[in-house]
Structure formats: structure tokens, C-alpha cells
Write a protein that binds this ligand. Structure first.
Ligand code: DX5
Ligand code: ZN
Length: 216
């Protein structure tokens, strides 16, 4: 059964409290929170004060996906705002190993995200140090985009590598996940499905979460 992480980026911010309540009461496992700085990605989303508020009501781990440059400047702030997992982009981190150690020393689970063009081989010398690999299946910056099919090959390769080495890193897939492609993504080896629009644009979001959990 996959871990399901609804991306609040696609929620209705006017009723964020109710959206959080829906996630709490659903079969979802994590809250996925997308932070964008308008530099690493061409969009700005939400930041620390919003996450701080979400944390006061969230009854599940907060999986914070940083699409920002120089994430090391903010790691402690995100921990203080309540992040349980902090995911940084490989492409934004020339000192990735140091960044991962920092996140872990702050007491959070550490994740590395890779863009669609970044080969999974680039993770070779960091895989043993991380809790989560986030494989972007769209170009980061916006919700509601189409899943890039080549991602499936990347997931397969990564899963083989993780299993061969006996590592515990979870593979999280983010972007364009829906009820049609979820099975292929899980079969390729993903452990975690992030879904934004598929969940929050539905008339019954909790039922979509249920379907993602029980996909076969
Ligand atoms: C995209 C974000 C995703 C996004 C997914 O940059 O990282 O988490 O919210 O949204 P959907 O599921 O709508 O593609
Ligand atoms: Zn994300």
C-alpha cells in the first residue's frame, strides 16, 4: 500500500483549515507542502508562516519540499515551523552532503529531489545518507501538469539500486500523479505518491485518497 501525500498547493487557501481537517480525517499519510522562491523555480508559493499554521492542526507528518536556492539558510526555520521531513533539490545544492547532515542534525528526515532531466545516477554518493528521494515527474514550479512518462524508467532504476544496496530510502513521486497512472508508478517501485490537483479538484477528495491508497 503506497504512502499518500496530498499536496496542499492545490487546496483552497481560503479554507485551508477545512482542507487540513479533510486530510487529517482521510487515509492520507503525510501533508506535502511545496515552498517556491521564484528563483529556483519560476513561481512563488507559500512559506514559513503558513506552514507554522498548518502544523498547529496537522495530525500527520509534514513533508516539506523546498524548491528554493540556498536551502541551508532556512533549514532551522522550517524545523521550527514544524517540518518533519525537509527535501532539498540536488540542482540547488553544490554542498548537498553538508545540507543533508544539517537537516538530520536538526532532527528532521532528509530528502533529495531531482528534476526530470537529472539522472538517478547523480544520487549514487548520497543515497546511503538520505531518508527520501523525491523524483519529480513534472518540471517543478506548478501544480496541474502532465506526468512525464520517462520518469517510470528512473523510478525502476532507483528502486533496483536501493534494494541492491539494502538501503531504507523511500522513493516519492511528485507531479501529475492521478488515478490512471498511479498503478504504473507503484509497479515501477515508488513508495510515496504526492498528488495535488487529482485530490483537491475532486468533488470527494477523501475518496480519491482512498482510491490512491488501495490502487491495484
Ligand atoms: C510541483 C510541486 C508538486 C505539485 C503537484 O512543483 O512540487 O507537489 O503540487 O501537483 P499535481 O499533483 O497537481 O501535479
Ligand atoms: Zn512537491
Amino acid at each position: 500500500m503506497p504512502i499518500v501525500a496530498p499536496s496542499l498547493l492545490a487546496s483552497n487557501f481560503l479554507i485551508l483549515g477545512e482542507e487540513c481537517k479533510m486530510v487529517n480525517e482521510s487515509e492520507a499519510d503525510w501533508f506535502h507542502l511545496d515552498v517556491m522562491d521564484g528563483r529556483f523555480v519560476p513561481n512563488i508559493s507559500f512559506g514559513l508562516p503558513v506552514i507554522e499554521k498548518i502544523r498547529t492542526v496537522a495530525q500527520k507528518p509534514c513533508d516539506v519540499h523546498l524548491m528554493v536556492e540556498e536551502p541551508e539558510r532556512y533549514a532551522a526555520d522550517f524545523r521550527n515551523a514544524g517540518a518533519d521531513h525537509l527535501i532539498v533539490h540536488l540542482e540547488a545544492c553544490p554542498h548537498l552532503h553538508r545540507n543533508i547532515q544539517q537537516i538530520k542534525s536538526l532532527g528532521m528526515k532528509a530528502g533529495v529531489a531531482i528534476n526530470p532531466h537529472t539522472p538517478v545516477q547523480m544520487l549514487q554518493d548520497i543515497l546511503q545518507d538520505i531518508d527520501i528521494v523525491l523524483v519529480m515527474s513534472v518540471n517543478p514550479g506548478f501544480g496541474g501538469q502532465q506526468f512525464i512518462p520517462h520518469t517510470l524508467q528512473k523510478i525502476k532504476l532507483l528502486r533496483q539500486r536501493i534494494d541492491q544496496l539494502g538501503l531504507g530510502a523511500l522513493i516519492e513521486v511528485d507531479g501529475g500523479v492521478n488515478l490512471q497512472n498511479a498503478k504504473m508508478i507503484i509497479d515501477a517501485g515508488a513508495h510515496v505518491l504526492v498528488a495535488g490537483n487529482t485530490i483537491f479538484s475532486a468533488t470527494d477528495p477523501a475518496s480519491v485518497i482512498h482510491q490512491l491508497k488501495h490502487i491495484q
